[in-house]
Design a protein around this ligand. Structure first.
Ligand code: OTP
Length: 178
């Protein structure tokens, strides 16, 4: 039997952001983000976050389409999923800004699931939680079967290089559920 121990939290998509940086031709870095994120932390401290991979925004429509189809393969893998149990961290959460180290989560992307460990900055202000990484999270495309997609994007754009390890950052706002 499960008991409700904590407040439950709803992700506020309008006030949240998740972005990654690509590097092409050795020195051209570009930021891309996802327009649609869905998520919540339930009363048992279980976080579920979904990234709608079709909502990738690179500010170039053809590049968005190519990333959707050639990289993420959204027909088969429409979303990236992050889950974590943060009940331990929630139990000692205070109002104000705090650094929480070594948070374990799992990231499911493109049919591959991997554990990731993050150091986070968490700011609790009464009924609002703001969560960001202390430093960029580095995602190696090989771990998620995305290297051949990056290679296909490189070829079709006629580029000499696109880096296959990608820094990811985020700024998530959660509101306490009534
Ligand atoms: O011709 P031309 O030059 O113009 O060419 P173009 O530029 O047009 O075309 C070339 C194409 C290019 C350059 C694009 C190439 C694209 C890439 C290299 C991108 C590859 C992408 C990869 C590898 C992955 C992207 C990452 C994701 C989809 C998501 C990653 C998610 C992460 C890391 C999870 C983060 C965790 C989150 C959000 C939740 C954490 C929160 C908690 C655990 C809760 C904690 C709570 C408490 C209370 C403590």
């Amino acid at each position: 039997m499960s008991t409700n121990v904590f407040a439950a939290w709803q992700l506020d998509n309008q006030n949240s952001d998740l972005s990654f940086t690509s590097i092409k031709k050795t020195h051209i870095a570009e930021n891309h983000h996802f327009k649609k994120l869905h998520g919540q932390i339930d009363a048992q401290g279980q976080l579920q976050l979904e990234i709608d991979l079709s909502s990738v925004e690179s500010m170039i429509p053809i590049r968005n389409q190519r990333m959707q189809s050639m990289l993420f393969n959204v027909t088969n893998f429409p979303s990236g999923k992050i889950s974590a149990n943060v009940s331990e961290q929630l139990s000692s959460l205070k109002n104000g800004t705090q650094i929480i180290k070594g948070v374990n989560a799992s990231l499911e992307l493109h049919g591959h699931k991997q554990n990731i460990r993050m150091d986070l900055v968490v700011n609790k202000h009464n009924t609002q939680l703001h969560i960001a990484p202390l430093r960029a999270i580095l995602i190696n495309s090989t771990s998620y079967g995305l290297t051949s997609g990056i290679e296909a994007l490189r070829k079709i754009a006629g580029l000499d290089t696109i880096a296959t390890t990608v820094p990811v950052t985020f700024s998530l706002t959660f509101n306490e559920k009534p």
